[in-house]
Ligand binder design. Sequence first.
Ligand code: SAM
Length: 297
Amino acid sequence: MQTVQQAITFCSDALDAAGVCFGHGCDNAWDEAVQLVLTVAELPVDSDDSVLQHALDEGQVKRIGQLLHRRIEERVPLPYLLGRAWFAGLELRCDERAIVPRSPMGELVLNDFQPWYAGPEPKRLLDLCCGGGAIGLATAYYHPECQVDLLDLDPAALALAEENRALLKLDNRVTCLQSDLFSAVAGRRYDIILSNPPYVDARDLAEMPAEYHHEPELSLGSGTDGLDITRRILAQAAEYLEPHGLLVVEVGNSWEALEDAYPQVPFTWLEFEFGGHGVFALTAAELVQHQASLSHG
Ligand SMILES: C[S@@+](CC[C@H](N)C(=O)[O-])C[C@H]1O[C@@H](n2cnc3c(N)ncnc32)[C@H](O)[C@@H]1O
């Protein structure tokens, strides 16, 4: 017989010894082992210690071993192996059609966009470059008055977003559209635009650990300095925001290149309690005021 605790300890030690990269929702071996074992055991991933003595059956022990082997030998991110990921307290379907959701913007959604958004209760929100839909779907889930558009260029990612929309029963308030950035929503205006676009620069892309090679190519790289897509977003966003609106974009490690490219633009860099960096906000008024430099950045 093997208990949950024994299996977690075994997996955690094996993950540490193998030197796998943590960057897909967990930042340490123990937490990843907990997700692996509890998911296979069909126990909630936020279970308390009372599950530690729970006995695993033979099939579960075998399955844990198989997944652990693939995690270590093939470096597949755990959420792809489990077919699910957790974001802002929600369980979502997750597979190689889109990146594993992990944006710190989940915290922003849970904090009702405070203290950065100063407009009325948001009624229309855009998740630009939505991937599997995590950010926009979490917004719709926690803001029942809000209509949300999810846009992505990649039809495969969008298909996953549609499955997650159905899973969360949000079909009546969330629209999924294939779109090259804003092309499919001409004329619409939003209270808030959130975007976690591709932003990895060429140097970081070349050095990424094996885990990231399982993610869609279109999701990560964005030109030499990582800002090709972000430049286009900055040039166009004002046109799609209400006057009280807010744009929030994640650029990760490319934040310094962004500051260098637009020295006159007053980016506000968000701080997160639970980790994450390289996410900026600009109000609609700031975008309008700096439109000339943003159009030519
Ligand atoms: C870093 S992933 C983010 C996915 C999702 N926002 C998340 O946080 O999980 C970036 C997404 O941008 C999409 N994308 C890339 N170029 C695009 C474009 N020109 N227009 C719309 N989406 C694009 C990719 O297909 C990918 O799904």
